[in-house]
Design a protein around this ligand. Structure first.
Ligand SMILES: C=CC1=C(C)c2cc3[nH]c(cc4nc(cc5[nH]c(cc1n2)c(C)c5CCC(=O)O)C(CCC(=O)O)=C4C)c(C)c3C=C
Ligand SMILES: [Fe+2]
Ligand SMILES: [Fe+2]
Length: 362
């Protein structure tokens, strides 16, 4: 097998610096066939489901891909908008805002794109097009504040799969997590305080993170610890007593035990303990998506109200808030900073090249 070169390379091409933000990805449409394609790619990822391969592929193809696509398509229909899936268009808006910010100080030297781990646009296609466009240095920023092998680790796999087939590897920086970044904590605290200004406080604040199987924690995944660090720092920034905050884990998938306490069970149990009003925020989601807009804002609301709660409110994700873009810009720039002096323009480079003993005679 030959390693891939760059089709578009010329000495005249200006070197660029690429910034890629990534997220999980979403189906192309809220339909059963589109969900089958998406879930097949997602749930075939060995980083996501870590059980013996053959057993899992039999369950996946024999049961899950026959049943779940229809059910999930129905859930996606309830959050789908004219611009498509919320996860997609929030990511597009984040990219546009980050590109504007970075190009203000870097000019066209920096190219900013987004890519999705599953579905479109794929990490593979975006890395291809950035390298073809001249990116010789690459910052990859997965929008998962808390590291998990099932998300951030899997994003790295997709990146590595592209690069390992290439002849010319770019300089590379991969952001592993930002769960305790001061601007991340500040963006969330400011957002929640602004929400309180407008609507007042509830009796409790629930910080609900996406779960992962408990076994992943036992095998060394730092995700649970990262979630708790985020929750503690956010509680401190909000100057809330710990007794007013519940940290929980949502979106359990399959029969195994996941990180506890579970968001849905907690919400069902709170009214009987005297908690009648609650606000829910999801620090692990950089953008609103199915898991926040349907599972948290609709499904779990019903559980709480049916169990005797009287007031339930979901506080939106950071999405394209200015403070969130401040954070993304700071993370990107801290990785870009000593790349601030890109290679000289191509004419200067041509001169150097001509003087090189390897230069062709012409
Ligand atoms: C934010 C971090 C996330 C972690 C950690 C995570 C782990 C994880 N997820 C599944 C299974 C599913 N997740 C689904 C949707 C989904 N998950 C995340 C984020 C994390 N997942 C997001 C942002 C979304 C929403 C995508 C969107 O299009 O809006 C789904 C698909 C929906 C459904 O059918 O319920 C599945 C399935 C596992 C198994 C897992 C950890 C091992
Ligand atoms: Fe998930
Ligand atoms: Fe879900």
């Amino acid at each position: 097998m030959a390693f891939k070169g760059l089709d578009s390379f010329s000495h005249q091409q200006k070197d660029k610096v690429g910034v890629v933000i990534t997220n999980l990805g979403t189906p192309d449409a809220p339909t059963t066939p589109a969900l089958r394609t998406y879930l097949k790619q997602f749930l075939s990822d060995p980083r996501v489901v870590e059980i013996p391969r053959l057993v899992w592929l039999m369950i996946l193809h024999g049961i899950i891909l026959r049943v779940r696509p229809k059910k999930s398509a129905h859930a996606y229909k309830s959050v789908w908008t004219e611009r498509g899936s919320p996860l997609l268009w929030h990511t597009q808006d984040q990219t546009t805002a980050l590109r504007d910010r970075l190009q203000k100080s870097w000019g066209e030297e920096v190219i900013v794109e987004y890519a999705m781990r599953y579905g479109n646009p794929s990490i593979d296609s975006v890395v291809d097009s950035m390298l073809e466009a001249g990116a010789r240095k690459l910052v990859v920023l997965p929008l998962y504040p808390q590291y998990s092998g099932s998300t951030t680790g899997s994003t790295f796999d997709a990146l590595a799969l592209n690069l390992k087939s290439r002849r010319w590897i770019p300089e590379l920086r991969f952001v592993s997590s930002y769960h305790d970044h001061p601007l991340y904590i500040k963006a969330m605290a400011d957002k929640i305080k602004a929400y309180w200004q407008e609507h007042g406080k509830a009796e409790m604040l629930m910080l609900s993170f996406h779960g992962v199987p408990k076994r992943y924690l036992e095998m060394g995944d730092p995700y649970y610890c990262h979630c708790h660090v985020t929750a503690r720092l956010l509680t401190e920034a909000l100057e809330l007593d710990q007794s007013k905050v519940i940290t929980s884990f949502q979106s359990r998938f399959g029969k195994a035990e996941w990180l506890q306490p579970y968001t849905d069970q907690t919400l069902k149990s709170l009214p009987a303990k005297g908690v009648k009003s609650i606000q829910v925020f999801c620090p692990g989601f950089a953008a609103d998506c199915l898991e926040t807009l349907e599972e948290i804002a609709i499904e779990n609301r019903d559980y709480f109200i049916e169990a005797g709660g009287s007031e339930y409110n979901y506080i939106p994700a950071l999405n394209s808030d200015e403070a969130h873009i401040d954070l993304l810009q700071a993370i990107a720039e801290s990785n870009l900073q000593d790349w601030k002096h890109p290679t000289p323009d191509y004419q200067a480079r041509e001169q150097r090249y001509k003087r090189s003993p390897l230069a062709p005679k012409s």
